[in-house]
Design a protein around this ligand. Structure first.
Ligand code: IVH
Length: 668
């Protein structure tokens, strides 16, 4: 392909992909399949790698993130980001509109919009290109989070059409779509990570992530609701939003031009009840004077515009009876009290249970059995009890007494001084903890045992085949096939999966054995520092806290874990079964052996995760590229590599090497 041809193809592909992004993320009307989209994107990425001179920062290939920001610079807003006055009742809304009629001496039109519950953002465009995105901050200055905002696919990196001012800013709200949020929590549940409480805080936390690839993976979205520039783009607010829409920005379809106060009230009422049908959270509606001349005339107070107001919905509450308090035991032994309620309709769903968090919460509410309790569903997914109707309490009602022993194994509960929750210390004997530990051990980010899922582990446990993770490696064909729903193939798959998991690298094994507070990152740090489990097992408190980012709490937990003889025995058995309990030296070393060489890594590897093997390429001076071109030096192929990649490598004559070949290469 000549330079000229490549340039033309890159331009055409970019335009096509932008169009599909727009159809998918802004209009929700995709016209090609995800597969077709990915193919085109792959082609674009390959071309850009081959002809980097034609890679533009607005290219659709730039949405995947990857930029690491250590600290977000603070920048001043060109136009201050004000907030809105709030109102909580129809009377206050009436007064707001009456004030405006009085000031302007005539009735005016209003635009009613949803009040999105997310994070405010101001995004600057110069010559139609996104140049900077700043959080609200204190209204005068905020954080520059441009790299993270650029990953939001509904936001144009380059505005559509023409006629936009040379410089303009759009304002909007970044939010976490509810389905994406729920998926994220399901993924976290699978690996035993604590769940996020609500979409808004999680959106806010995500936007502050230092790694824009994390932001890209989360699926945030953004509605725009205002624009500012030196010159107006329309005479009315409604006209401005229509104009923004034409330039490719995502403006909510749920906004109305209202000509009378009655129409405004109808809008409020509609969304007070229908808000739960939306795929995202709103916490009210916003009413704005439509004419921009009128807005100018009304002006601002010190904090907010006089031409707009927010109407906040009351949190939905319901009164119902508390029947019983039960207690759940988590994987780590943490106890969560749960209120069992007389079923009641709240915010569109029937609520039967509410979280009580911990003993203090029960004491604070002074809960008695049979109490009539006020249940509220705010931004949180799980409803909470916010109060008790004391007038309805019976004279002989029993106070809720927090349990002293574990509901699952009767061990006496413990509460550490600085922790809010009680926990069951019987780590190795308490059924939900034992099962939870095993589920965690086999999960994707730990041992990733093919063919084995949580349900099967439960089944093994219930059949008395498992007591701890080392037992997994002593399961026999006969034991498994004897169980219900087990066939020859599934049995062999499970055994093969367990066998293959013996190649999982040390940091993931360490994460998998489930030491309290040792998550993925901590496990990597410990493995890197101590190199093998024996050194870690005898490490003193001082040695542990000397490791970068390991604090006393983690050190204490590691010491406690290895001090237990039962854990020591489990580790010995894992060692005998051949699990990797030391770092593979060759991968730890760095060298220049791969300097100038480019690799396409594809498929599933036995000793490393794909990210680990890619990191190894870089540690040895090589470069990772995502698509195969004739400039690629090697294709590093694992299992299950796609046939199209294989074919392409063969066509272009790029050598295909295995994991073992690679290890030999870097070991020299
Ligand atoms: S207009 C001058 N419209 O609510 C203020 N704000 O306190 C212009 N919000 O931080 C704001 N949805 O992030 C406006 N449709 C909407 C909105 C909205 C959510 C947020 C915004 C701001 C807060 C107002």
């Amino acid at each position: 392909m000549t330079n000229q041809e490549a340039k033309a193809r890159i331009t055409a592909l970019s335009a096509e992909l932008n169009e599909h992004n727009y159809k998918y993320y802004v209009l929700s009307e995709p016209s090609i399949s995800d597969f077709q989209f990915d193919k085109k994107l792959e082609e674009l990425i390959a071309l850009e790698a081959e002809f980097p001179e034609f890679l533009s920062s607005e290219s659709p290939s730039q949405r995947v993130g990857g930029t690491i920001t250590k600290e977000f610079p603070t920048v001043k807003h060109q136009y201050p980001m004000l907030s809105l006055g709030n109102s909580y009742s129809k009377e206050e809304m009436q007064e707001f509109m009456a004030r405006i009629t009085k000031a302007l001496e005539r009735e005016v039109e209003y635009v009613c919009e949803l009040k999105f519950d997310g994070v405010a953002i101001g995004i600057r465009y110069v010559d139609g290109r996104m140049t900077q995105a700043i959080t609200r901050g204190d209204g005068v200055q905020g954080d520059d989070i441009t790299a993270n905002i650029r990953t939001i696919r509904s936001l144009p990196l380059q505005a559509n059409g023409s006629g936009y001012p040379k410089e303009f800013e759009v304002r909007g709200e970044v939010y976490f779509p509810r389905d994406k949020f729920e998926q994220l929590n399901r993924d976290r549940e699978e690996i035993g990570e604590p769940l996020y409480a609500n979409p808004r805080n999680t959106a806010s936390g995500t936007l502050k992530s230092q790694d824009s690839a994390v932001v890209a993976s989360r699926g945030l979205d953004c509605f725009l609701y205002a624009t500012m520039a030196a010159e107006r783009i329309a005479d009315t607010h409604y006209g401005s939003l229509m104009q923004l829409k034409e330039w490719g920005f995502k403006v909510s379809e749920h906004m109305r031009l209202c000509k009378t106060p009655e129409e405004v009230f109808a809008f409020l009422e509609k969304w007070d009840t229908e808000r739960f049908k939306l795929g995202f959270d709103i916490d009210g509606v916003v009413i704005k004077v439509n004419s921009l001349d009128d807005q100018d005339e009304l002006g601002f107070t010190a904090k907010s515009p006089r031409w707009a107001i927010a109407y906040k919905f009351a949190s939905e509450q319901a009164l119902t009876r508390l029947n019983e308090v039960t207690y759940q035991v988590g994987r780590t032994g943490a106890i969560t009290p749960v209120a069992n309620l007389e079923p009641v309709l709240l915010a569109g769903t029937t609520v039967k249970r509410a979280s009580l968090h911990n003993a203090d919460q029960i004491a604070k509410l002074d809960l008695h059995l049979g109490d009539m309790v006020q249940v509220e569903k705010g931004g949180e997914i799980i409803p909470k009890i916010v109060g008790v109707d004391l007038k309805q309490r019976k004279a002989n009602a029993e106070p809720v007494k927090y349990i002293q022993t574990c509901p699952e194994c009767s061990t006496e509960l413990v509460r550490n001084e600085d922790e809010a929750k009680h926990f069951c210390p019987n780590e190795l004997g308490c059924p939900p903890q034992v099962k939870g530990k095993m589920e965690h051990f086999i999960s994707r980010k730990a041992m990733n045992v093919d063919g084995l899922g949580a349900e099967t582990v439960q089944q093994f446990y219930d059949a008395g085949l498992l007591e701890n993770v080392a037992d997994l490696y002593e399961l026999t064909y006969e034991q498994i096939i004897a169980l219900e729903r087990m066939a020859d193939l599934s049995t062999r798959n499970i055994l093969a999966g367990l066998e293959a998991s013996k190649q999982v690298p040390f940091p993931r094994v360490l994460f998998g054995i489930g030491i309290r507070f040792v998550g993925e990152t901590v496990a990597k740090k410990l493995a890197k520092h101590f190199k093998n489990i024996d050194a870690l097992m005898i490490a003193s408190q001082e040695k542990l806290v000397a490791v970068d980012e390991i604090g006393e709490r983690i050190a204490e937990s590691v010491l406690q874990f290895f001090a237990d003889e039962r854990n020591q025995r489990i580790i010995q058995r894992l060692k005998q079964h051949g699990l990797k309990l030391e770092v593979t030296e060759s991968i730890e070393l760095t060298s220049n052996k791969l300097e100038g060489k480019s690799f396409v890594v594809s498929g599933v590897f036995s000793q490393f995760s794909r990210d680990e093997i890619k990191a190894a390429v870089e540690q040895h001076g090589g470069k990772n590229v995502s698509s195969i071109s004739k400039k690629t030096d090697y294709v590093l192929a694992g299992d299950k590599m796609g046939p199209s990649k294989l074919q392409k490598a063969e066509e272009l004559g790029v050598p295909i090497i295995s994991e073992e070949d690679f290890l030999v290469m870097i070991a020299g």
